[in-house]
Design a protein around this ligand. Structure first.
Ligand code: AHR
Length: 510
């Protein structure tokens, strides 16, 4: 009797630990492209993102091309960064671009009042940023100054960069060593104008947006894609007002939402957290789904044809800074938890690709949810980097409709969907499926029907680790990294995938 009970308990435990879910992927359908620009990045003059992150200067012993680190460029090219947002952030609305052109020795030294009160010597300016984008082979996304700038200043910046003819600004560019204009499409008209970008009301900013946007001209065949400063998380009134008053004048509306596990006073540690805090982080990350759905619903009313993109151009995890580091530099470690958070958000963006056509994680190097850390001549790739590496195949692929209801991950009387999925078909007809198992305790078996496909082969990669808090350090740079995934089987048209607990799996099906 005792043995039978023990056997039953063991079987029950096994069943719970191997929850089964059914997924249908409509592999022969799909109308929407997952824009590669969803995989964009954001880099601000903040802490060691620009200085020490990208920029070491031409005289540095660290290998560089015209002052820009070669190791960083190599690593970012590997994940095919499609666009880079710069110079901020809050910094953008205090940045006067003319301070960052001309001979470096003559550029003014000033205080970075927002971020650490350190000296900004302007050695990295417009030419250096656009050189960086050329080295990365990505599109620049420049954010102009509305908060403390002028219409004239922003208008002249566009002219300086993109005008080919004879004009004071184009001539100045040539005098500074750049003959041909650059192509710049993505143009942000201010940043967080409800906060650090001027503490404006939605009504006031909408009027300002219209005014600034008029004078951001299209020169030659350069066509600006103007992105208005959008709402803070769930500020639906902001979206409503902007769309009503200025929807016709913009191509994109930004959205900022950070995942803060605890609260803004004590955000929580990047590396020391228990399961309850992990659960809260993921619960708050799922909020992105609701934010996008609700902002999109408002946008649909004014723009049913979805001409205007919703652009989450600042998103990611925000924790307390690492002990002993400058609080104004926002340096935080990056664990497996961050990778799961990034993968979940990217799946959400993919699944809303009809409206979300661009996004930028904050921030690329040494700041907030980074993909790279540098320390002197050393560089390492964080767990979040590997998510971008895994998800490369979704860039510009066709989003596939899926039917899936995830099982639940429960803790302390609360619950969230345990598994997130998105799927796409690339130009060669290969199907890619990204699956995230947020449940840190249980495997999940996903029985997948690839409807409309005659699949023969499945391969994959996975990212996981023993503990959620695991992370990479300069002593152990490969503690958390991708490995080949062996947990998928194809038999009689059904793809059976066993997702390890707390894992991200990217499958390629041919
Ligand atoms: O990414 C850090 C800061 O967060 C940005 O400068 C600002 O836009 C946001 O509040």
């Amino acid at each position: 009797m005792k043995r039978t009970i023990l056997l039953l308990v063991a079987l029950l435990a096994l069943a719970t630990a191997r929850a089964q879910e059914r997924l249908v992927i409509h592999a022969d359908q799909g109308e929407v492209t997952i824009s590669k620009h969803i995989y964009g990045h954001f880099s601000e003059h903040l802490g060691h993102c620009i200085y020490g992150g990208y920029w070491v200067g031409e005289d540095s012993p660290i290998p560089n091309t015209r002052g820009i680190r070669d190791d960083v460029v190599r690593a970012l090219r590997e994940i095919r960064v499609p666009n880079l947002r710069w110079p901020g952030g809050c910094f953008a609305d205090e940045y006067h671009w003319m301070d960052g052109i001309g001979p470096r020795a003559g550029r003014p030294r000033m205080i970075n009042t927002h971020w650490g009160g350190v000296v900004e010597d302007n050695s990295f300016g417009t030419h250096e940023f656009l050189d960086l984008c050329e080295q990365l082979d990505c599109e620049p996304y420049i954010c102009g100054n509305v908060g403390s700038g002028t219409v004239e200043e922003m208008s002249k910046w566009v002219e300086y960069i993109t005008f080919d003819g004879e004009s004071p600004m184009a001539d100045l560019r040539r005098a500074n060593g750049r003959e041909a204009p650059w192509k710049v499409r993505f143009w942000g008209v201010g940043n967080e104008n409800w906060g650090c970008g001027g503490e404006m009301t939605a009504e006031f900013y909408a009027d300002q947006y219209r005014r600034y946007a008029v004078y951001c001209r299209n020169y030659g065949d350069n066509r600006l894609y103007k992105i208005a400063g959008g709402p803070n998380s769930g500020d639906y009134n902001w979206t409503e007002t902007l769309m009503r008053k200025a929807g016709g004048q913009m191509q994109g509306l930004s959205l900022h939402h950070y995942t803060v596990p605890k609260n803004w006073g004590d955000k929580g540690s990047a590396t020391r957290f228990d399961e309850a805090e992990y659960f809260a982080t993921m619960e708050k990350s799922w909020v992105m789904e609701e934010l996008i759905a609700r902002h999109s619903t408002i946008m649909d009313r004014y723009d049913p044809r979805k001409r205007v993109a919703l652009v989450p151009d600042e998103w990611g995890a925000w924790y307390n800074v690492e002990p002993g580091t400058n609080p104004g530099f926002l340096f935080q470690q990056n664990t497996l938890r961050d990778a799961l958070l990034a993968a979940l958000n990217l799946n959400i963006f993919n699944n809303h690709a009809d409206r979300v056509r661009m996004a930028n994680i904050a921030q690329t190097i040494n700041v907030l949810q980074s993909v790279i850390f540098t320390e002197g001549e050393k560089m390492l790739l964080t767990p979040t980097y590997w998510v971008y590496w895994l998800y490369r195949a979704h860039q510009d692929a066709t989003l596939l409709p899926v039917a899936f209801t995830s099982g639940r991950y429960r803790l302390g009387g609360r619950e969230i969907a345990a598994v997130s999925v998105s799927a796409s078909r690339d130009a060669d007809g290969k199907v890619h499926v990204s699956l995230v198992n947020l449940d840190p305790n249980n495997e999940r078996v996903i029985e997948t029907e690839l409807r409309g496909a005659n699949s023969k082969k499945v391969t994959g990669h996975a990212l996981t680790s023993a503990r959620l808090t695991d992370h990479n350090t300069f002593d152990h740079p490969d503690a958390v990294t991708v490995k080949e995934f062996k947990g998928a089987r194809l038999a009689k048209g059904t793809l059976s995938v066993t997702l390890p607990p707390k894992s991200i799996v990217m499958l390629e099906v041919e």
